[in-house]
Ligand binder design. Sequence first.
Ligand SMILES: [Zn+2]
Length: 121
Amino acid sequence: MTGEQDTGVHGPRWRALLEARWQARLRELTELSLAYHVAIAAAPAEPEAQALLRRAVTARRQLADVEEALSRLAAGEFGRCEQCGGQIPDGLLATAPELRYCARCDGEPAWIRPLAGRTAR
Ligand SMILES: [Zn+2]
């Protein structure tokens, strides 16, 4: 039950950081989407339009990652690895607050995660 205490102390700081990133991602996504629509209207077959679409899809996923991190913060689970439950170091969160896994779990192939969550190591 220390999670609530942890986010209580650091909550405002992480919230401000996440909100700033959310706004940056949203702006990026809006710009990419607008650029994509301009490009696709001008020349649908251009590789440039497809590249913009891929970047927009990535930006959308990153925006969703930040939103999930904000939900974890609200739930008092921010900064905890979703797989092993370990604390993700503040230094890592400071550069990437949307991280869902600690460095150890993040190093494993994604397909292993759902299974590994059931086995204690
Ligand atoms: Zn972990």
